[in-house]
Ligand binder design. Structure first.
Ligand code: TRP
Ligand code: ZN
Length: 880
């Protein structure tokens, strides 16, 4: 394992390799602890490479066996081989074949990068730098090669042998062994290589592409789990069709395979033709998966499938360009979900995620641009900023250029860069060229970290019939970036007239406006609308058209008016959130001053109107009725934060909402009951979401019989969505019946790891300071395992990020516990350890007492000898 020697890598230092690798032949002889890998690389010096320039291949913990060039074994002095490098001192001038044999230990691979075992199945994870744990290589995304892979092992243990591309040969060998050879005709970087070997079951289906080719589809899982793959297969077929219709992109191989494994560091991986998934994003049936799980599976399947074009066919020149594939592919999967389900509901949930994860990252010590300029450990840059803010930047392009302009730019990108390792500049140039737009300033969105604040002040001049909007923007200082420039941002807007309709205007000065999109490009712009005969209420940033914080001189009447009338569903939701946020912040101040927490009757009436409006889809109503989370309030307060006070204020206001809306909620609870068979469709999902929210509010309100009803809801539930919602309501309200329900649940689902993850998570989140004891005890429960990332995230991750009351205990024990876990985990799985540490990312925003305690724990981690680069990088930046 590498320790904290990670050197800083800089974008400006990029240069191509001295050698190209045209083809790669891999031969695996699988063995649990001594897998032998023979790699034959067809190496070629690049045009301007000086003769004899050493070839330096990188490795990571490899055991070197032997090497040859063009068939002759190399003399000892012709090369250097260490676990981390293989250097061929003076390579031939002409193209040559370099064969290197290494030995690796999949069983001992607890980092889950490279070749490892998950429940006995051999599988790989190579992005970003895992291939070097399999063989010595130019392990970087701009080295594109054609791969042929031979896998060999005992047939009884590894009957299934898979790799990228198409199978071209297979055969039986002596001693019960067999082999399969796979060939992938598409050039790819090493990070997209994959191999899987095991005793797996599969389901299969076919897909006929737009041009009439039939593609074999397969999903491989552990035996016995194949009954839970239908939704994943259905999602895959819908994704394939959607990419043809929306982006004109067809699948390109004869077979597309997905393998689900239970030990996996992240969600899933887009290896060419052989996606590997965390089984959490494949397995679903109504009894064990919630509606949220079904939606998650659909979107991760889509995301990985869409990478086939945005990631695999066109990849990244270097890891600084990670957002080129990730931001774009997130945008594409968001659009898929919007088209398949409800666009407003999807937009609201995406913005919630962005604000919950990316905004705090951007406001804290780990802030970095969408395209970072330096890194020590690239694994730490698979972040909300690269993924979610990266998607927002693509969305701004789409908003600005319109549907046709955006599609023209994408078409040009696919045409111009198919087969390339490209950059962000390449990407932006396609949109500029396809539409004749100067988009140079858009690059600032990739270069500048920090969430911009946009300030809007409007005033109506009744005498001149003008409405003047003064807009200004500023981007805050972030680590390493004290000064910022203004950035171009599309502001979708409407001027809402007294009757609730958008008002027309004669002309506008001071900004480029196209349709309902106004471009804010300067630090400050004064925009004047002429022909406005009545006082409007401006609705700005409709659909959250730019990833910014909006401040304005709107009054609470304006907000209530927008909540009732805005034609943009996003901004109706946003109006409710802003009112609630003000109440929550005032309530938090009141709690700290030992005063009363107040709710606003007008706000409660506004919410009641939404709840009762049957013309609004239930999923939307469920979102609009939810108060901002405690973590949202934490973020908005931003400094001197007391998480315990936030929790008290929110609980009080939530109870008030439940009481005020009790009649409506009772009615909804009754009306939305569903006796039919379970279906994960958006309509049924929305009804369950609203009904379960009603149940939860009624319990908050302390309504008569509410606890008994929640217990009954739990016991009679016919699907996991309802069962888990009831259990969550019981647990989060710390009701006595929760304990028995947890026991019942454990009896029902013992042995089902994914279902038990929910059980672990809910218990971890019980909002009591002392809950840390429960978490500690659960670490000894058979459902928990310290070597499986899903289990760690379910119990410890949920505690660190989902239980502010206990994690932020005033005695610092929550911090101490997480720091201890990070240090214990770091030598085993640095990637997951480093991610866990991100729970501290807002530590500087805490009130002084907690801040001191948190800092001491971070320091304790920083002082730990032998820390991995992953954890060392995070903790160093956090303390800087
Ligand atoms: N590229 C993957 C995706 O976004 C994610 C990924 C990156 C990953 N590194 C990983 C997954 C390591 C698992 C392990 O789709
Ligand atoms: Zn991705």
């Amino acid at each position: 394992m590498k320790t904290s020697t990670g050197q800083t890598v800089r974008l400006e230092d990029y240069r191509p390799t001295d050698y190209a690798i045209d083809t790669v032949n891999l031969d695996f002889r699988l063995d649990p602890t001594e897998t032998r890998v023979a790699a034959t690389l067809a190496v070629e010096p690049r045009e301007d490479t000086a003769e004899g320039t050493p070839l330096e291949l990188v490795g990571d913990g490899l055991t070197f066996v032997t090497a040859s060039v063009d068939g002759s074994t190399l003399a000892e002095d012709a090369f250097d081989a260490t676990p981390d490098a293989f250097i061929l001192k003076s390579p031939p001038a002409a193209p040559f074949r370099l064969t290197i044999e290494t030995r690796i230990n999949p069983e001992g691979n607890s980092a889950l990068m490279g070749l490892f075992r998950s429940s006995g199945t051999y599988c790989t994870q190579c992005e970003p730098e895992g291939f070097r744990r399999i063989t010595y290589f130019l392990d970087r995304p701009d080295v594109l090669s054609v791969y042929t892979t031979r896998l060999e092992g005992p047939k009884d243990q590894v009957p299934v042998l898979l790799s990228n591309g198409n199978p071209i040969e297979e055969g039986e060998l002596d001693g019960g062994r067999h082999y399969v050879v796979w060939h992938d005709p598409f050039r790819k970087p090493s990070y997209l290589f994959a191999a899987v070997a095991g005793d797996l079951a599969h389901i299969s289906d076919t897909f006929v592409t737009a041009s009439g080719r039939t593609v074999d589809l397969r999903i491989y899982v552990e035996k016995g789990k194949e009954t839970r793959c239908d939704w994943a297969m259905d999602s895959l077929k819908r994704s394939m069709r959607w990419d043809e219709v929306r982006f004109g992109r067809e699948y390109d191989l004869d077979i597309f395979m997905i393998v689900a494994v239970s030990d996996f560091n992240m969600g899933a991986m887009e290896n060419k033709g052989l996606n590997i998934f965390n089984d959490k994003y494949i397995l679903a049936d109504p009894a064990t998966a919630t509606d949220v799980d079904y939606a998650g599976i659909e979107s991760v399947i889509a995301h990985e499938y869409f990478h086939n074009w945005t990631g695999d066919r066109i990849t990244c020149r270097d890891w600084f360009q990670l957002c080129l594939k990730e931001g774009l592919t997130v945008f594409r999967d968001q659009e898929f979900t919007s088209d398949e389900r409800s666009r407003p509901v999807k937009r609201i949930s995406d913005v919630r995620t962005l604000k919950a994860h990316q905004f705090p990252e951007d406001a804290g010590p780990l802030a970095h641009p969408v395209r970072p300029q330096t890194y020590r450990e690239i694994n730490n840059f698979y972040t909300a900023t690269v993924y979610e803010k990266g998607a927002e930047v693509v969305r701004m392009l789409a908003t600005r250029l319109g549907e046709d302009g955006f599609r023209a730019g994408m078409d040009l990108y696919f045409e111009r860069h198919d087969g390339d390792a490209a950059t962000i500049e390449d990407f932006i140039a396609c949109f500029a060229d396809a539409t004749g737009t100067d988009l140079d300033a858009m690059l600032l969105w990739y270069a500048q970290a920090g969430t911009p604040t946009v300030t809007a002040n409007g005033s109506w001049d009744g005498a001149n019939h003008t409405y003047t909007l003064t807009l200004s923007q500023s981007v805050p200082a972030t680590p390493g970036q004290p000064d910022k420039q203004p950035m171009p941002m599309p502001i979708r807007f409407g001027l809402v007239g007294p009757n609730g309709d958008d008002m027309a205007y004669d002309r506008v000065e001071g900004a480029r406006v196209e349709g309902d999109v106004l471009m804010l490009e300067e630090a400050e712009q004064t925009v004047v609308f002429h022909g406005i005969g009545a006082q409007p209420v401006p609705s700005l940033l409709r659909g959250f058209s730019a990833p910014v914080r909006l401040r304005s001189n709107e009054t609470s009447e304006d907000r209530l008016f927008l909540l009732a009338h805005d034609s943009d569903p996003f901004n109706r939701w946003e109006a409710a959130q802003r009112i609630a946020m003000d109440l929550l912040q005032a309530g938090t101040r009141a709690v700290r001053a030992e005063g009363d927490v107040i709710t606003d009757p007008d706000f409660l009436r506004g919410l009641a109107t939404i709840a009762e409006d049957a013309s609004l889809e239930p999923a939307y109503r469920a979102l609009a009725l939810q108060l901002p989370a405690e973590s949202d309030v934490f973020r908005e307060i931003g400094e001197d934060v007391d998480p315990a006070a936030i929790a008290v204020a929110r609980r009080t206001i939530k109870a008030a909402v439940g009481q005020a809306l009790a009649g409506t909620l009772e009615r909804l609870y009754g009306e939305l009951a569903d006796e039919g068979a379970y279906s994960p469709d958006p309509e049924a999902t929305g009804r369950r979401a609203l009904r379960n929210l009603a149940l939860d509010y009624l319990v908050s309100a302390g309504a008569d019989g509410a606890e008994a009803r929640a217990v009954a809801h739990f016991e009679t539930a016919r699907n996991m969505t309802d069962r888990l919602a009831a259990l969550s309501t019981l647990a989060m309200h710390r009701l006595p019946s929760a304990e028995a329900a947890f026991e019942t649940y454990a009896d029902l689902f013992a042995g089902d790891a994914l279902a038990m993850d929910k059980w672990l998570s809910l218990q971890a989140m019980i909002p009591e300071e002392d809950n840390l004891d429960r978490v500690r005890k659960l670490m000894d429960h058979p459902a928990f395992s310290f070597s499986n990332p899903n289990r760690i995230r379910a119990l410890i991750g949920a505690y660190a990020t989902g239980n502010p009351v206990s994690f932020h205990r005033t005695d610092g024990d929550g911090y101490r516990f997480i720091a201890g876990v990070v240090m214990e985990l770091d030598p085993k799985n640095p990637q997951v350890a480093a991610r866990m540490l991100a729970a501290f990312r807002s530590w500087r925003s805490l009130e002084a007492g907690r801040r001191t305690l948190a800092k001491a724990e971070l320091q304790r981690v920083a002082d730990r000898p032998g820390l991995s680069t992953d954890t060392s990088d995070i903790v160093t930046r956090m303390l800087d």
